[in-house]
Write a new protein. Structure first.
Length: 289
């Protein structure tokens, strides 16, 4: 059980120091893959709802270990439940992976510029995800599904390294069963028993069922994948102004104060993490700052 330091209720924190976390209790932990897990959280204290927009992130504090940015992966129409899906890669994420129901995390947020889902109203929407990149895009999919009539075709292209790395399997199956969503999954390397597509996610773009003259694309995954996806979208004829990507950079404050995530005039935490591809395409050629 994690120890809980001096934290106050969500309402009290919002009224004072924006750098101080509010306590959220873990209601459920779900194992997604070998190294990736989802936690469902509820705020402690009087405020029982947590509104956010698809694509926003929180600074998540594992008490006594450290604080990291993690996107919100839940449904924006269910504000009673805060959901984060995290891959255990280092100190903080591995400590977070050990937490269980009843443990408490510190949360600051939501921060950042969301996916421009409204821009896709009346148009086709193409969501392209690589690996853990499906987590920050899932709230956008929930939004699209809740307001399905506002969009033209809805296409999800999702790629992972192996079948064992596929996130949200049951949900993907449910979405695939719907006649009004086009869901395509591919893996870089197949294992025996895999009957689906094999190949990187960009190989699915040429034949994906959307109208490139009337679509908005949202891409999240490793930077090289986002770069090649944007290039394939351009080859299909999609206007680069209609392509959006979500960037990951090291962050400390998350609110534009420390300069840790700064690249030229851009602060990834407050000007992003979601950007028009045209604005950040040079950044995608650079390594982590
Ligand atoms: C806006 C934003 C949203 C994010 N959303 C999510 C999310 O929804 N889910 C999620 O799992 N992560 C997300 N991340 C990434 C997450 O913040 C990092 O994985 C985390 O900060 C790593 O902290 P750590 O202390 O566990 O690792 P560290 O101890 O800092 O790093 C340990 C090792 O892991 C490597 N490493 C660090 N980050 C990554 C990474 N992302 N992938 C692979 N290796 C890495 C480091 O290079 C280092 O070698 C997001 C990042 C940003 C900026
Ligand atoms: S993380 Fe501090 S300015 Fe962006």
């Amino acid at each position: 059980m994690a120890t809980v330091p001096d934290v106050r209720s969500v309402a009290a924190v919002e009224e004072s120091n924006p750098m101080q976390s509010a306590p959220f209790v873990i209601r459920r932990v779900r194992c997604e893959t070998d190294d990736t897990f989802t936690v469902e959280l509820e705020p402690l204290g009087e405020k029982k709802e947590y509104s956010f927009s698809p694509g926003q992130f929180n600074m998540v504090y594992v008490f006594g270990v450290g604080e990291i940015p993690i996107s919100i992966s839940g449904d924006p129409e269910i504000p009673q439940l805060l959901v984060h899906t995290t891959r255990a890669v280092g100190t903080v994420t591995k400590a977070m992976a050990k937490l269980r129901r009843g443990d408490v995390l510190g949360i600051r947020g939501p921060y950042g510029v969301p996916w421009p889902v409204e821009k896709a109203y009346g148009h086709d929407i193409v969501i392209v995800a690589g690996g853990i990149g499906l987590a920050p895009l899932r709230p956008a999919l929930y939004h699209v599904i809740s307001h399905r009539e506002r969009f033209g075709k809805v296409v999800l292209l999702y790629g992972t390294r192996t079948p064992a790395d596929i996130l949200f399997r049951a949900e993907l199956e449910n979405w695939r069963a719907r006649f009004d969503l086009d869901i395509f999954v591919t893996v870089d390397r197949a294992m025996s028993g895999w009957k689906g597509n094999v190949g990187v996610v960009t190989t699915m773009i040429p034949k994906a069922p959307f109208d490139p003259r009337d679509s908005v694309a949202m891409i999240c995954g490793p930077e090289i994948m986002m770069r090649f996806t944007a290039m394939e979208m351009a080859k299909r004829g999609l206007d680069s102004d209609s392509v959006f990507v979500s960037l990951e950079r090291n962050m400390k404050c998350g609110i534009g104060l420390c300069g840790h995530c700064q690249f030229g005039p851009v602060f990834v935490c407050k000007d992003g993490p979601v950007f028009p591809y045209t604005q950040v395409k040079d950044m995608l050629l650079k390594r982590e700052i």
